[in-house]
Ligand binder design. Structure first.
Ligand SMILES: NC(=O)c1ccc[n+]([C@@H]2O[C@H](COP(=O)([O-])OP(=O)(O)OC[C@H]3O[C@@H](n4cnc5c(N)ncnc54)[C@H](O)[C@@H]3O)[C@@H](O)[C@H]2O)c1
Ligand SMILES: [Zn+2]
Length: 364
């Protein structure tokens, strides 16, 4: 078991990473100021594979456990589902002695976190991430949200969990595409600030794809450290520090939204966005071609997409220019200057962006 502390004073918490640790969560909860009535928000498939290990461990420590299942998929990050879950929580626990557990990937994490933040003006919650992407990224940092029909993550709040409990063994039931999805974010961390993490993934990507628990733990702990550090410096994303986590996301989000979140998983779109950002960085003289090729080669090795399909260049540009973050403002790109360092660049010429996207559409 390895622990990374997110030191946010009265909102400080531990990220714990280990093998077969679901059953030990009860012991951890005993050390925290959380309620006895545990509500586990999850998907049916996760309950089926891992529910027993989690609930037995909690019950052994005197907690009562109630599972509330929501369907898999982004559609569950909606006001309807949030209100439905809250209704079930109300009828389960009229008293206040409540703890919410987000037991799933980023969808459950964002949804359950949002419910925890708003129900009774905030109840304690624990992130128990079960996807690689959630363990390296979304479960850490306290961003919670639900979607509106007009856009993703439009209703949300920063609300830190009391702990993040990452069991690498929970990843064994995940499909391979989801591992690649998480690897995109892990590679992102390497490029933005940790050259040795990047090198580790280069050397060990086969082990990671083969779900080697030691290799997974190494990467999850490294990513957790990086995200913790960034969140500790810029908890509410007001200091332009958290921004660097958006490497690959400017174009990545535009691809996802132009494609109506259909064909690409988040990490896959981000991988294409990283390739586009590398084109821009070369064009602006910030990044050597050889370094860009090395990043792109690793994305290819892990099996992330190389070419933008399904959406046209005008569609991507339209969605990027209408991104809520840029409306009426200058565009902003996180660009690599080397493997392990990035620069935030504003007002990139649209012609340079177009040419970069065209480059990724045509790459082989
Ligand atoms: N809050 C943040 O900081 C943050 C950061 C990045 C992404 N996100 C959000 O995260 C979401 C995407 O999260 P995701 O990629 O984890 O996808 P997800 O939560 O939809 O999970 C992917 C799929 O894997 C299944 N699954 C989960 N764990 C499993 C397991 N152990 N075994 C078998 N199947 C399992 C789920 O049922 C689902 O079908 C998006 O909504 C995105 O907006 C949030
Ligand atoms: Zn992301």
């Amino acid at each position: 078991m390895q622990t990374v502390n997110v030191n946010l004073k009265d909102r400080a918490y531990d990220i714990v990473v280990g093998q077969n640790i679901l059953k030990s969560l009860g012991r951890k909860l005993k050390t925290l100021d959380v309620g006895q009535n545990v509500v586990v928000v999850t998907h049916p498939i996760i309950k089926k594979y891992h529910g027993k290990a989690l609930s037995q461990g909690l019950k052994e420590h005197g907690y009562t456990v109630k599972f509330i299942e929501v369907p898999s998929g982004e559609e569950s990050k909606s006001a309807e589902v949030a209100f439905d879950v809250i209704g079930k929580i109300v009828s389960y626990s009229a008293n206040k002695n409540l703890t919410i557990l987000a037991f799933g990937g980023g969808v459950v994490g964002d949804l359950a976190g949002f419910i925890a933040a708003t129900y009774r003006r905030g109840v304690p919650y624990i992130q128990v991430p079960t996807t690689f992407l959630a363990q390296v990224d979304s479960a850490i940092g306290g961003k919670t949200a639900i979607d509106l029909p007009v856009g993703k993550n439009l209703i949300g709040v920063f609300y830190q969990p009391k702990a993040v409990w990452s069991d690498v063994c929970a990843l064994t039931t995940l499909d391979k595409r989801q591992i690649k999805n998480g690897l995109a974010e892990a590679i992102k961390y390497g490029v933005i600030c940790d050259r040795s993490l990047f090198q580790y993934i280069e050397t060990n990507y086969k082990k990671l794809l083969g779900l080697d628990p030691k290799a997974l733990t190494e990467v999850i702990v490294s990513c957790s450290r990086i995200k913790a550090k960034i969140v500790m410096t810029d908890e509410l994303e007001t200091k332009n520090v958290r921004t660097i986590l958006n490497f690959g996301h400017t174009v990545g989000h535009a691809i996802e939204s132009a494609n109506k979140y259909k064909n690409y998983h988040h990490g896959e779109a981000v991988a294409l966005g990283m390739r586009a950002a590398n084109h821009i960085a070369i064009k602006l003289g910030l990044l050597k071609k050889s370094q860009a090729q090395r990043i792109n080669a690793l994305l290819s090795c892990v099996g992330l997409p190389e070419k933008i399909k399904y959406v046209t260049l005008p569609q991507i540009m339209h969605h990027m220019l209408h991104d809520k973050k840029f409306k009426g403002k200058k565009n902003k790109f996180v660009l690599a200057t080397d493997i392990g360092s990035v620069k935030v660049v504003e007002s990139v010429d649209n012609r340079v962006i177009r040419s970069a996207i065209r480059g990724v559409k045509q790459s082989t």
